[in-house]
Design a protein around this ligand. Structure first.
Ligand code: GDP
Length: 632
């Protein structure tokens, strides 16, 4: 049970407070004061945001935009699994409700927040109970990455080239990245690397079972110098007869060289997506600790390395190192930041964003007094981690299920439009989102507004049939759960979307998912058409679908999409991108930088993450998991 929850400004004004009993504050006030004095005022806010004193436990969140602190306090003995979620949600709720007042720093008004507090608390407690009921699957030692390390690899860090050569592997730079060449003259192309990355990522996420991994492995295209990617031919007229038709694994193994993966499903997945979307999972803590040490080693400066070595030689010099306090300067940080920037770029963060991030860390730390036990490398790293988590954490509450339910109560369908360039996974992920909505008892109308690409309508028709087969009407009060609204090709997409929304109102569909044609960000006529579709139909949410595979290109796409929506709408308050669907996350191993670039550029959250090719391969972003992978 929570004993105390309070929201105060960094200047010390209490905006709102909850106490479980009237005298509880006497017990907690000294701890809260101590938290403020020793942590918050001294900018020692690490990434775990925990503070314990005697028998009391405090958790806090800083809101740097509005200069607020959210603190929750409870007895240390209690294991409250939901506090982190509660703090995240309550922060968003409060910001959402009072953003205008907070922007004006109007801290002395009456904040009517009791009802919101109770609602958010109840939903977090419910979430905590649900989590407790999910049986935790522990990784066996054999499944862990540690088991794959040889003793030699743990001792010897250098000389990997030698090792690779011994194993017959040479890494050769290529125009589009790197190619691994086996000395036995078998060449692995980029697709192989993607497949391998996919497997590595799946192992880390622990999300895929070994069968599925094997399946993916089997699908790895056989090296063929002539194989080029061909668009799939979707059967005109939607001639799909049954669910298994969507499994193209067999084609691929035999005579389908196009290597274009498609959604594979079986009826066992029904029921797996009820409730909110699960987070991307993170590696076990021990692995991360190990990696953090590696990271520190990698980024420590020569002077620090010398100090460390000296300290090993003499106990006295070690003490000297520990008690030396100093102000950080930009020059101290430069070598660390330079390496950090290279590291971020190697993880696929766009170069421009990596530079900005490093500059902001530098200016945040310039002049800061280094704590007795802190090194420059770890201080810079922790500040970077904090900033990255902050960037990835949504600035407002995005709860599609709740908003769709609210729209349903008002007899209005909730409308989501999808946009993005060709082939990024718009239709596939639209279908996954549709599956999730149906699993949560919402009826969906898919508006086929890609009237451009041959086969686009048929692709959606196939998904619709498939989704209805998984969720037949007889299981839902004889109501068909998903329908396709289509008018063929060549027609005005904005008009079709409008007709679809009106039809959804009449036929009582709860959500309309609008698929739009893929378009390059520089194609003016198509960007104008997209702007028109959004302006005329005013969807509740505009989602940009982008691949996790892209680096600098992601920034260009997003900037130009947003720019076009602003320029061509000719209104003062144009509807820009509200959120991002980050697809193909399973193919990038730990090169997760696109997530940072995309959220940094738009300031909008990553609402969904596509992690594979089944309807259940849809996750929500776990900022800490992504940052851990990024900093590894
Ligand atoms: P659209 O042109 O943007 O509508 O793209 P599609 O939905 O047709 O998807 C293009 C390809 O990407 C298809 O072969 C999909 O199976 C594949 N795809 C989509 N999302 C994912 C994902 O999250 N992971 C993987 N591995 N493949 C995906």
């Amino acid at each position: 049970m929570l004993d105390l929850f309070t929201i105060f400004s960094k200047g010390g004004i209490v905006l709102w407070c909850f106490q479980s009993t009237s005298h509880i504050s006497q017990l907690f006030v000294p701890s809260v004061n101590s938290l403020i004095k020793t942590v918050i005022l001294q900018e020692r806010t690490g990434s775990n945001n925990n503070y314990t004193q005697d028998s009391l436990s405090l958790k806090y969140r800083l809101d740097n935009e509005f200069d607020l602190v959210f603190v929750i306090a409870f007895q240390k003995i209690l294991q409250l699994s939901y506090v982190d979620k509660f703090l995240d949600d309550i922060q968003l709720e409060f910001r959402d409700k009072y953003k205008n007042e907070l922007a004006r720093k109007n801290y002395f008004m009456e904040f009517e927040f009791s009802r919101n507090f109770q609602e958010v608390l109840m939903s977090a407690e419910e979430w905590g109970r649900a989590q407790a009921n999910i049986p935790k699957q522990m990784r066996s030692y054999n499944e862990s990455s540690k088991s794959k390390k040889t003793v030699a690899s743990m001792i010897e860090k250098k000389g990997n080239d030698k090792e690779n050569k011994k194993n017959g592997k040479i890494i050769e730079p290529q125009k589009n990245g790197f190619k691994e060449v086996n000395q036995n003259n078998v060449t692995f192309n980029e697709e192989d690397l993607i497949a391998q990355n996919r497997i590595k990522m799946a192992q880390k996420m622990g999300a895929m079972n070994s069968n599925k991994l094997k399946k993916n492995k089997d699908k790895t295209p056989k090296p063929s110098p002539k194989a080029t990617k061909q668009p799939r031919q979707w059967p005109l007229g939607g001639g799909v007869k049954d669910v298994s038709t969507l499994d193209y694994t067999k084609d691929k193994a035999n005579n389908n060289p196009d290597n274009q993966p498609d959604i594979e499903t079986n009826s066992e997945i029904v029921g797996q997506m009820e409730g909110n979307i699960k987070d991307i999972e993170i590696e076990s803590d021990s692995d991360i600790d190990e990696e953090e040490n590696d990271f520190d080693d990698k980024f420590e400066t020569a002077a620090e390395r010398k100090k460390k070595n000296d300290s090993k030689k003499s106990v006295f010099s070690m003490f000297k190192g520990l008690v030396g306090r100093k102000n950080l300067t930009a020059a101290d940080m430069e070598p660390v930041l330079e390496k950090l920037k290279e590291h971020l770029v190697a993880k696929n963060v766009a170069i421009e964003i990596a530079t900005k991030l490093c500059d902001s860390v530098s200016s945040k730390l310039d002049g800061k007094i280094l704590g007795s036990f802190e090194s420059v490398a770890s201080t810079v790293k922790n500040t970077m981690i904090e900033s990255l988590v902050q960037i990835l954490s949504p600035k407002r509450r995005v709860d599609i299920l709740r908003d769709a339910m609210a729209a349903k109560k008002n007899n209005k369908p909730y409308v989501i439009s999808f946009c993005g360039v060709n082939g990024v996974g718009k239709s596939t992920n639209l279908a996954k989102i549709c599956f999730w909505l149906i699993e949560n008892n919402l009826r969906v109308l898919i508006a086929a507004c890609d009237t451009f690409r041959a086969g686009a309508v048929e692709q959606l028709r196939t998904h619709t049939k498939h989704l209805n087969a998984l969720h037949p009407a007889k299981k839902h009060n004889n109501q068909q759960m998903v329908q396709l609204y289509e008018k063929g090709y060549g027609k005005d997409a904005a008009g079709i979307a409008m007709e679809a929304i009106n039809y959804a109102k009449e036929a009582i569909y709860d959500v309309v998912l609008v698929d739009t044609a893929g378009r390059m960000q520089d194609n003016e006529p198509l960007m104008r058409a997209l702007t028109k579709l959004i302006k005329v139909n005013e969807p509740d949410m505009v989602l940009f679908v982008g691949e996790a595979l892209v680096g600098n290109e992601a920034v260009d796409q997003l900037v130009k999409f947003n720019q076009a929506l602003a320029d061509y709408s000719s209104t003062q308050d144009p509807h820009l991108i509200d959120g991002i669907v980050l697809t193909k996350f399973d193919t990038i191993d730990d090169k997760v930088g696109a997530a940072i670039s995309m959220t940094y550029i738009t300031g909008q959250p990553i609402v969904f993450v596509g992690t594979g090719q089944t309807y259940t391969d849809l996750k929500s972003l776990n900022a800490k998991a992504v940052v851990a992978a990024l900093m590894k």
